[in-house]
Design a protein around this ligand. Structure first.
Ligand code: PLP
Length: 466
């Protein structure tokens, strides 16, 4: 198909995730054609530095022949094996055992899904089954964070707290509740301890309001991704985990983004020795080379489900759960993280990545910089003193995305002026320099636009840059 035919066919037939359908039709698709290492190439031949690992998933970078070979070997030998009727496959069993070994010790049982949304959905189903099966059927209320993202399944999208996922979808459900995000930049706490205390107090008072006997679980991302890369202070995750134990509710760590080296260690929970009751993962599990996610669960939760009924099956399954090709990819990706030293490279590169983001605080458009490991964000504001955002009518995120494309870089420009970055753990020091040279040029180019410059409160510094 010619390039123009592809664009036309896309416009007519392909429904894209999380876009305004009519705007997409008028804008048209950007067809990605190939990739290698840190770089993407689109169908027009334009090269883009991928500062977002696809969708925070290609943690290894592109073009690893060993992953392709692992998939091809498994496809040739056994392209599909059902997990139903007590069947299984070697790579899926090995990957489950490896995840149990490498994840927090509380987590010993693994259920494989196709991605993150169905991992969250599965976790919700398992938790419901667990409480019903262990004689506490009143525990049906779920608590999550404002600005949280837990995918877009029918129930998971209600734990998600982003307006677009609720509007016209009749969500959140009456059993789904949200407490404030640990958003230091936009909350006025004197220090980290105060912020952590406020989060714990908010969880405790929500549980009291709902009644402890009615609350099933608290879900959170260790660093909130799609809500704007909100990085809580060190100690926050542990404090929330401990609060859940005291409150007798399950603690679910949604590590779909933060897992697999994104924040440094294999899991963000490892950094604070947090042992969740359940953990959801996806993305970096297979580094996007094949679809796969998982729910990891504690022996206690597993036992509650397993012993609920002597003979009846646990009615939860998917045709492609524990897919052998995805599992073979996952095993090779895990080898690259460890023996291939990708985790170590991510840890080594993180200080440079952090320093470059911090240096951009001086830019007239930037109000905040935040980061953990190879996950980072810049928050753009019209007024640094009051932290006032740009008027949405200015369409700043669209302008940033357009300038980024011109400058050969791809990252996430969220609607509220937050820019998200999640480069592959593979990134070298020179490639990090390329990322920030292109990003800085992008910010400067947008600042050169007269109406953007006019909207910046600190005119002197904006004019100086221009
Ligand atoms: N949970 C979190 C924390 C995520 O960031 C995402 C996706 O970005 C999901 C769940 C949903 O994963 P998926 O898009 O694979 O369904």
């Amino acid at each position: 198909m010619s390039h123009s035919h592809l664009i036309e066919a896309d416009r007519r037939h392909l429904i894209h995730p999380v876009v305004n359908y009519r705007s997409h039709e008028s804008r048209g698709v950007t067809v990605l054609a190939s990739a290698h290492g840190m770089f993407l190439r689109d169908a027009s031949g334009k090269e883009l530095f991928d500062a977002f690992s696809g969708l925070w998933c290609v943690n290894t970078g592109y073009g690893h022949a060993s992953i392709v070979e692992a998939a091809a070997r498994q496809m040739t030998k056994l392209p599909y094996a059902t997990g139903y009727f007590h069947y299984g496959s070697e790579p899926a069993i090995q990957l489950a055992a490896l995840l149990a070994e490498k994840s927090p010790t509380s987590l010993q049982r693994v259920y494989f899904t196709l991605g993150g949304s169905d991992a969250v959905d599965s976790a919700i189903r398992f938790i419901t089954h667990y409480y019903n099966g262990t004689g506490r059927p009143s525990k049906k209320q779920f608590i999550a964070l404002e600005r949280g993202y837990h995918g877009s399944s029918t129930t998971g999208a209600g734990l998600t707290a982003l307006p677009a996922f609720h509007r016209h979808f009749d969500l959140p459900l009456s059993t789904q509740h949200h407490i404030p995000a640990p958003y230091a930049y936009r909350a006025n706490y004197a220090n980290d301890a105060e912020l952590i205390g406020a989060s714990v107090a908010a969880l405790e008072s929500k549980v009291v309001e709902l009644g402890a006997d009615n609350v099933a679980a608290f879900f959170c991302e260790p660093v909130q991704g799609s809500g704007g890369v909100i990085v809580p202070p060190v100690g926050w995750l542990k404090a929330m985990r401990d609060a859940c134990r005291r409150l007798d509710i399950l603690f679910v760590a949604d590590e779909v983004i933060t897992g697999f080296g994104r924040t440094g260690p294999l899991f963000a929970c490892d950094a604070e020795k947090v042992e969740p009751d359940l953990m959801t993962v996806a993305k970096g599990l297979t580094a996007g080379y094949a679809p796969m996610g998982a729910v990891l669960m504690s022996e206690t939760v597993y036992r509650g489900i397993a012993d609920a009924d002597a003979v009846a099956p646990v009615g939860h399954g998917q045709t492609y759960s524990a897919h052998p090709v995805s599992a073979a990819v996952g095993l090779e990706v895990m080898r690259l993280y460890h023996e291939g030293r990708l985790l170590a490279n991510g840890v080594a590169r993180a200080p440079q990545f952090a320093a470059e983001l911090e240096a951009l605080r001086e830019h007239p458009l930037v109000g905040d910089a935040r980061h953990r490991g190879m996950l980072g964000a810049l928050e753009l504001v019209a007024d640094k003193a009051s932290k006032r955002r740009f008027d949405p009518a200015l369409g700043l995120p669209e302008r940033i995305a357009a300038a980024a494309y011109e400058n050969g870089i791809a990252f996430r420009a969220f609607a509220d002026g937050i820019l998200g970055f999640a480069p592959a753990l593979l990134m070298s020091a020179d490639e990090c320099d390329i990322l920030f040279a292109r990003l800085r040029k992008t910010l400067d180019d947008v600042l050169m636009q007269a109406d953007v410059r006019a909207a910046v409160r600190d005119k002197a510094s904006a004019d100086e840059f221009a």
